[in-house]
Design a protein around this ligand. Sequence first.
Ligand SMILES: Nc1nc2c(ncn2[C@@H]2O[C@H](COP(=O)(O)OP(=O)(O)OP(=O)(O)O)[C@@H](O)[C@H]2O)c(=O)[nH]1
Ligand SMILES: [Zn+2]
Length: 385
Amino acid sequence: MRQAERAIFDLRRGLPILVRDNGSTTLLQAVEGLDDEALAALQALSGTPPGLVLSSHRMAALGVAGVDAPATVSLSPLPDSLRLRELACVRDARLPAGARHAPADKAGQAAVRLLSHALLVPAAVTSTVSAAQADAVAAEVASGNLLVVDAGAALELGAGGPGALTRISEARVPLAEAENSRFVLFREADGVHEHVAVVIGTPADWPEDVPVRLHSSCLTGDLFGSLRCDCGEQLRRGVAAINAQGGGVLLYLSQEGRGIGLANKLRAYGLQDEGLDTIDADQTIGFSKDERNFRVAHEMLQQLGVSRILLLTNNPGKVEALQRAGINVTARQAIYGDVTQQNQRYLTTKANRHGHWLHELLNEQGEPSSQVPESLPAPETAARS
Ligand SMILES: Nc1nc2c(ncn2[C@@H]2O[C@H](COP(=O)(O)OP(=O)(O)OP(=O)(O)O)[C@@H](O)[C@H]2O)c(=O)[nH]1
Ligand SMILES: [Zn+2]
């Protein structure tokens, strides 16, 4: 696993890495940041023409139907790096006539996983190392210039498990909305992601169903009060609501842009300004409608000894994820920001396409209604007594 985590840094720096799967070795490099020189160097080192690996979401955005896993596109002649970047993330791009695609092999699948985890556009150039180049590649590995990653280990990135999250440090941080608060910082094994549990009030005095909010980071909304979303208000109101109910936990999760990272969120905002909604914008650059999983949240709650909760959310996915992980979510409480002219479309998309319980809020603003459960049905794993 350690090599896969290290590979994140090389990929983010625009360097190639070598992926091994059984006997085969594949060179791969991110399309993001790739220039023609690097593309030529990759081809020279591998001895074979690179293919382009794209996520299923990007294939759909390119108009290729029926692809439900990463695909490798064979392009002949190989386009230049600018054209490859267009194929990776530009709106309305199309594959060249005659381009063939096939399900990506394990190395290609690992490429998409690594790049998503690295918060890069999930598109890679990959080249199988030819027999003639095996010695040259081995020399690069031996000299420390080329990192070798096992495809299986790369696919396991972010899968959680023992040692995946370490409690690092903590301190009292009085907040405007909850004076008696402690920040407890957790670090993921990749060394990149850090998450904070804001422990509000005194655990011994908490209600039996501990009020909990999972809040994914949003630099634009949380810190700057962006009007494009509702995050900043949800964050502050979440802290206040937990405090008012006798204390609990707000997990501030390093999952900017629903897990795609700030760079990609800003790209997606650009596409939204061209008319796409939040889901189509993310899919255009190769991502699913929500790249988060809430394993870290589960792990943090476990380490804090919290297992029975009242969850503050409008997102059914969070309820399901925690329940699946074994957290007893006994009830859900809505948590709203304000509807503004600038975020109304975003909230409407969340209600209609993400399935968020937001129709009640939007209804008050004259938005179309639909059937939404008032509260969480009793989960199978959750006893209410
Ligand atoms: N990709 C993308 N992410 C966005 C956009 N607007 C906000 N976000 C991100 O969406 C996430 C919102 O997270 P949460 O506050 O946990 O909200 P949620 O999943 O809607 O669920 P609840 O607020 O609990 O109902 C944050 O990571 C934001 O950065 C957008 O237009 N595109
Ligand atoms: Zn936001």
